[in-house]
Write a protein that binds this ligand. Structure first.
Ligand SMILES: Cc1cc2nc3c(=O)[nH]c(=O)nc-3n(C[C@H](O)[C@H](O)[C@H](O)COP(=O)(O)OP(=O)(O)OC[C@H]3O[C@@H](n4cnc5c(N)ncnc54)[C@H](O)[C@@H]3O)c2cc1C
Length: 210
């Protein structure tokens, strides 16, 4: 049976289907704010109440600035509502690519800032007593190809994983390549053993945190 989505849903959230974590933090619990119907004067206006907007507004207010945040939909109605909440210094774009575009200094900056930011979220959560399930955990990067059925593709990708781990290590990210490593709970098909492992990553419940 097709699911009927209320057209007004788009005003609350950016996606068509609901993320599973909405069940542990329903939108009805989020604070409501009045519609902006008058002109305001402020030091800083932040547009959008996703993680970028709210975290920036928090940092600015903490430093004594007057901030107004405006949001077109409901608060946290954008992509932040849908993230799986992994706080990573193991970046999707890869340090090998980042260094090609921005040099080793640029890659170091990306590594340092992302590593710092993971800890900063944890620090804020404990400082303000936010029960957002923040915890440290490793990240695993595995080949998308089956080790036995597509050995060439698997080996080619493993070469890239190894190069990425070496680059990350050169930037002082705690990472290692582990031959034959099996991700716990994922030991069936496809056989994706071998992994780049990145330690000291983080995860949290983003909407509870924000
Ligand atoms: C399925 C999925 C999984 C993900 N997993 C991860 C992950 O594990 N780790 C990770 O780091 N990232 C992840 N991401 C990416 C991450 O969710 C986004 O990068 C992040 O949430 C973007 O935050 P933002 O505040 O920049 O944008 P948004 O959360 O989209 O916030 C922007 C806000 O601005 C508002 N807005 C836009 N234009 C205007 C306007 N003109 N006036 C007023 N308001 C406006 C929007 O309504 C919205 O609320 C994932 C994304 C998806 C979809």
């Amino acid at each position: 049976m097709a699911t009927t989505i209320d057209p007004k849903h788009a005003l609350e959230a950016s996606g068509e289907t609901e993320p599973v974590w909405i069940h542990t933090d329903p939108r009805s619990r989020r604070p409501q704010f009045p519609t902006l119907n008058q002109n305001l004067k402020t030091d800083i206006c932040v547009i959008g109440s996703g993680i970028s907007g709210i975290q920036s507004a928090y940092e600015l207010v903490k430093r004594g600035h007057e901030v107004v945040m405006v949001e077109a939909r409901d608060i946290l109605g954008g992509e932040t509502d849908r993230t799986s909440g992994h706080l990573a210094s193991a970046l999707d774009d890869g340090y090998t690519e980042i260094a090609k575009k921005h040099g080793d200094k640029g890659a170091q900056l990306a590594a340092d800032s992302h590593s710092w930011a993971i800890g900063h979220v944890g620090d804020i959560a404990s400082e303000l007593g936010i029960d957002c399930e923040f915890r440290r955990l490793p990240a695993y990067e595995v080949s998308q190809y089956d080790r036995n059925k597509q050995p060439k593709e698997h080996n080619d990708e493993v070469k890239e994983l190894k190069a990425e781990v070496a680059k990350a290590q050169s930037l002082k990210i705690d990472a290692e390549y582990r031959e034959g490593f099996t991700v716990k709970g994922w030991d069936g098909e496809p056989d994706q053993r071998d992994a780049g492992v990145y330690y000291n990553q983080g995860t949290f419940h983003p909407t509870k945190y924000l």
